[in-house]
Structure formats: C-alpha cells, structure tokens
Design a protein around this ligand. Sequence first.
Ligand code: FES
Length: 148
Amino acid sequence: MESYSNKVMEHFKNPRNVGDMEKPDGIGHVGNPVCGDIMELYIKVKDNIITDAKFKTFGCGAAIATSSMVTEIVKGKTLEEALKVTNQSVVDALDGLPKVKLHCSVLAEQALKRAVDDYLKKTTGKGLGLPEEDAGHQCMHELPEELK
Ligand code: FES
C-alpha cells in the first residue's frame, strides 16, 4: 500500500489557515459524494489578488492536507493565477498522494474555484459559469475505476 509523504503528514497534523474568516470576499463550499466529506474555503481579495485564504474541512487526512496546502498556494496569487491551480499541482506540492486518495484533492481545487466564482458573482455579477453541484461529478471522474 502506498503511504503518505512527510509533507502530507505534516500538513495533516499542523494544518495552516484553519478556521473561520471574518467577512470573506468569496466562499467556496463543496462536498464529495463518494465519501460525504465537506470542504469550505474562504478568500479575501484586494486589487485582484488573494490576500488571505482559510478553510474548514470535515473530511479525511488527505482532504485536510490538500486544503491546508491550497490555502498556502493561493495567497498572493491573482484570481487568474488561482484559477490555474489544479488538484494535481496541490498534490505535487505535497509530494504526492496515494492513488486512492487523489479524489480528495479534487475537493481543494473545486472549493478554490467556487470561492473565486462566488467573489466574481458578488463583485461583477458574473461568475465563472460553473454548473450547479458540479464538484461531485468531477470528483467521480477522478476516481480510479475500481472505486466508482
Ligand atoms: Fe473524503 Fe478524502 S475520503 S475527501
């Protein structure tokens, strides 16, 4: 069985940026239909740059580690740069995840996209055009065949 990298363990044990954010500019809420885990990601935006990010995750260790890492990655990025962050880039920053846990990292990417979408809707009235409840479906696509 594949094991967790030291970085995953470290972020799981000492997650960065956990908790509520006062008056977030954008909120991304996603659920994973496979396991029922839930992630909420909050961002603060100033002059098109994500100045702060926090999260609350009710989920497995991999979901917590990827949430922690994604909040670290996006701080200081423009919204356009943040939208280019993929679950794979988060996984790479954590030195990998076991294959069966890759679907957990999709939650982090989706929560981030939803938070940016929420911010854009609130400020410009126009979001990214994400389909309702798409997080779960995309998550399923990431799953290895045997787990679908
Ligand atoms: Fe649910 Fe990891 S098992 S997100």
